[in-house]
Design a protein around this ligand. Structure first.
Ligand code: ATP
Ligand code: MG
Length: 159
């Protein structure tokens, strides 16, 4: 099957730009991204409120076969999902720093601990809170012509 709509329209080195017109599109784009995700990866999700960052995490979780519900972590800042029977990635740490202050030492320690145990993937919404953690993937969400542009870059970034 050809998902014409999900084909990246522009390629700059490893950058990929997708356009999502629905929640389902975002799920499919996330599933496509999941194919290149590896243990130890750190992903920053950048974009305004309601742009689809948590939806993107749900898409990754579904692609990895996670059955627990992915909630927007409004109260829990971190939700960890274990994936049994998946040798590629065993754990996803879904982190939302929206309510965390800048340079929060406790959060930095927790993220460092996740990093030291290289079994998992760390996915961070609102990463600009200077936690001293370096991402190797940056996913940017932006409103464009009544769709959402999702730009995926394989680049190192730290705030
Ligand atoms: N193309 C789209 N992709 C993703 N979600 C969409 C799209 N179009 C509409 N939606 C709706 O937008 C909302 C996105 O919510 P989501 O929680 O994923 O955003 P978010 O970026 O995580 O926001 P926050 O910054 O508050 O955490 C959902 O209610 C979803 O149904
Ligand atoms: Mg969210």
């Amino acid at each position: 099957m050809v998902y014409f709509f999900f084909e990246p329209t522009k390629t700059e080195m490893t950058d990929k730009i997708y356009y999502s017109k629905s929640e389902k599109d975002t799920f499919n784009i996330a599933a496509e991204f999941t194919k290149v995700l590896k243990k130890g990866d750190v992903v920053f999700l950048i974009g305004d409120l309601g742009m689809g960052k948590t939806t993107f995490v749900k898409g990754i979780a579904q692609a990895l076969g996670i059955r627990s519900r992915i909630l927007s972590p409004t109260f829990s800042l971190i939700r960890t999902h274990e994936i049994s029977g998946n040798s590629k990635i065993n754990t996803i740490h879904h982190v939302d720093l929206y309510r965390v202050g800048d340079k929060d030492k406790a959060m930095e320690e927790i993220l460092k601990e996740f990093l030291s145990n290289k079994e998992g993937v760390i996915i961070i919404e609102w990463p600009k809170k200077k936690t001293n953690i370096e991402a190797n993937w940056v996913v940017q969400f932006e409103e464009k012509d009544s769709a959402r542009e999702i730009k995926i870059k394989n680049e190192r970034k730290k705030y």
